[in-house]
Design a protein around this ligand. Structure first.
Ligand SMILES: Nc1ncnc2c1ncn2[C@@H]1O[C@H](COP(=O)(O)OP(=O)(O)O)[C@@H](O)[C@H]1O
Ligand SMILES: [Mg+2]
Length: 393
């Protein structure tokens, strides 16, 4: 039997052990530990007897542990996740039986603005321009609209996430935004004192102008500032440091790609085209921006290449466009621009996509075992493996 003074010493030790364990508990939105963020304001440890909590278990002292938690955002959708992570950190303590309790309140405005200022200062304006940034940035571009650029961007991002990469995506097609629909996002980004949290859907951290209330009106009204939307997405959104950032660019051959290259010097272009000559001509032009700005065209994806009609392969939109774009860009840019995928016309891309789930995923969020999902997996792999050696001078 432990003496009272021993128990008190033990309780003090548990208090510091629990604090150390909580320093490993990561806030899912900010990607920092709850102790770093100042969310844990106190821990109380009270001896509560000795026992096996369950019959037959080893005899151990029992303590009631109260963790005082200050949330950054009241009613934040991830509150339950944070609470669960904190409880797990407490109950999994190996040396005693700890019974967790939480006293939850919200951070004061003053403390919150201090925290946000600190995070902003650390992050600097646009986190992706740091020379040591580990984030691979794939900007999905096409000359024309309607070729499946957003579908490719959404499925590619979902594939990266399902493969275990920390993945972010920006819907940079301000007028024709479609990522919220394709990811089934109906919620707004949380605003933490002027810093926005991306919305996570199907494992991807997403931001799109379409997530903001009255988006259509806001766009008209913001007209002259439109070019700056991308910069705002980059600087006002808390991205952490993802492994991959996928951008769905607006269609076109000019301004958009140039502003992307300026805002994101590490961005690599992925050109989407359909097989017919009219689409591939414009697609080549969208890749040629790489002659004007220092960006690399990483590869070409041909979409709607064929349709499997009861085992017969129908080339509805003709053929050869993707290879042509790859060849012409290889010649013009003087480095290898491969045709990385030829994707079928596949009704599920549209139907599942419209239901709010990228077609490569199963309903439980795992990567499907379909031929289409395999193609995206292969594309993701090629993109991740491309790089340093294929970099132009
Ligand atoms: N491989 C595909 N098979 C079937 N439908 C597709 C495929 N790719 C795109 N679509 C459909 O074609 C339409 C245009 O695609 P979208 O991705 O919005 O193109 P973009 O972003 O280039 O304008 C959408 O209705 C989409 O569901
Ligand atoms: Mg689109």
């Amino acid at each position: 039997m432990l003496a009272q003074s021993d128990l008190e010493a033990y309780a003090r030790r548990i208090k510091s052990d629990v604090f150390a364990r909580l320093s490993q508990v990561i806030d899912p939105e900010l990607g920092r530990s709850v102790t770093d963020l100042g969310m844990i304001t106190d821990i109380e440890v009270e001896p509560a007897g000795i026992g096996p909590e369950s019959i037959g278990g080893p005899t151990q002292p029992i303590f009631d542990v109260t963790v005082y938690v200050e949330l950054t955002i009241e009613g934040c959708p991830l509150t339950a996740t944070i609470a669960e992570r904190i409880n797990t950190a407490v109950t999994s303590y190996p040396k005693a039986i700890l019974r967790p309790r939480q006293e939850v309140s919200s951070m004061s405005q003053e403390k919150l603005s201090g925290l946000v200022d600190q995070l902003k200062a650390e992050r600097r304006a646009n986190p992706f321009t740091k020379s040591n940034s580990k984030t691979r940035i794939f900007a999905v571009a096409s000359g024309k609209g309607g070729v499946g650029k957003s579908s490719v961007a959404a499925n590619l991002a979902a594939t990266f996430a399902a493969l275990g990469y920390d993945t972010a995506a920006i819907d940079a097609d301000i007028y024709g935004f479609s990522l919220p629909g394709l990811f089934g996002v109906h919620s707004q980004p949380t605003n933490l004192n002027g810093m926005l949290m991306p919305v996570t859907a199907w494992g991807v951290k997403l931001i799109s102008i379409g997530m903001f209330a009255g988006a259509e009106r806001a766009i008209l009204w913001r007209g002259p500032r439109l070019q700056r939307s991308l910069e705002q997405f980059l600087s006002d959104v808390w991205w952490g440091e993802p492994d991959v950032l996928v951008l769905d660019l607006a269609p076109g051959t000019g301004d958009m790609a140039i502003s992307v290259a300026q805002a994101l010097p590490n961005a690599e272009l992925v050109i989407v085209t359909t097989p017919q000559p009219s689409a591939s001509d414009v697609a080549v032009r969208s890749g040629l921006v790489a002659l004007q700005v220092p960006t690399t065209v990483r590869g070409v994806v041909e979409n709607m290449s064929w349709y499997d009609h009861e085992g017969e392969c129908l080339r509805i939109f003709g053929q050869g466009g993707g290879q042509r774009v790859a060849d012409q860009l290889t010649q013009a840019l003087d480095y290898q621009v491969p045709l990385m995928a030829q994707l079928p016309l596949e009704p599920s891309v549209r139907t599942v996509g419209e239901s709010g789930r990228p077609a490569v995923l199963r309903a439980d969020g795992s990567l499907d075992s379909s031929a289409l999902a395999d193609q995206f997996k292969h594309l993701a792999k090629q993109l991740m493996e491309s790089g340093a050696s294929a970099q132009p001078e």
